[in-house]
Design a protein around this ligand. Structure first.
Ligand code: FAD
Length: 181
């Protein structure tokens, strides 16, 4: 659907993403509101959406979260330093865990390289990580427009690309399985 997605993988795990027309401040605990948002967003969608939405509405604690990008001008103050999502979440790219671990590793290295000088260590860590995070954050807007397009031609491009990527991945898996025999 334009402005939203519904997907299900081969194991039956389903997920959906939609653009909120009027994003309200997110209240993590307001499950009734999450359910209302999902029911409204998918009210007119067919395919398997009705049964997936019904399962979501029926669940006592369904997962619902805004896709967030965190941009903080400085990652440290005094002896406190931000890592991972707290410093620079880039939801949608799917590598937040890797970036959080890379950040922790870089911070540990810089603290070891600047014994007794956390100010220089924090600055060196931030400058290293920002080189990785900056380009990712610049791609997020483009990627979200690609992944959740608002128009039917945009949907066609997204779906064709998804199918091509899936075909390439399947071919690569077959080749790897063949090579390992
Ligand atoms: C649906 C979904 C799918 C994802 N898929 C992927 C994926 O495939 N690959 C990938 O690399 N990344 C993925 N991510 C992103 C990834 O989960 C995060 O980027 C990563 O967990 C960030 O790690 P973190 O340590 O910075 O934060 P978190 O993992 O969020 O850890 C923060 C911790 O702090 C705790 N906390 C919060 N407030 C307080 C407080 N006041 N006092 C004490 N503790 C507190 C929290 O309970 C939590 O345990 C996904 C995220 C989501 C939501």
């Amino acid at each position: 659907m334009p402005g939203g997605t519904v997907s299900e993988d081969r194991r039956g795990t389903s997920s959906s993403t939609f653009r909120a027309a009027h994003p309200a401040p997110h209240d993590r605990k307001n499950i009734a509101l999450h359910k209302q948002n999902v029911a409204d967003a998918y009210a007119d969608v067919r395919w398997r959406a009705p049964e997936l939405v019904a399962a979501f509405l029926d669940h006592p604690a369904p997962f619902f979260d805004p896709l967030t990008t965190v941009r903080v001008p400085s990652w440290s103050r005094g002896r406190v330093v931000l890592l991972g999502d707290a410093a620079a979440a880039t939801a949608l790219l799917g590598d937040g865990s890797s970036m959080a671990m890379a950040g922790a590793y870089a911070l540990a290295e810089e603290l070891a390289a600047h014994p007794g000088d956390h100010v220089r260590a924090f600055a060196a860590y931030e400058s290293r990580l920002r080189r990785e995070v900056g380009p990712r954050q610049r791609r997020v807007g483009l990627l979200s427009r690609f992944m959740v397009p608002r128009t039917r031609p945009g949907l066609a491009v997204r779906n064709a690309t998804g199918r091509a990527v899936a075909r390439t991945n399947r071919a690569a898996s077959r080749e790897a399985a063949h090579a390992n025999r």
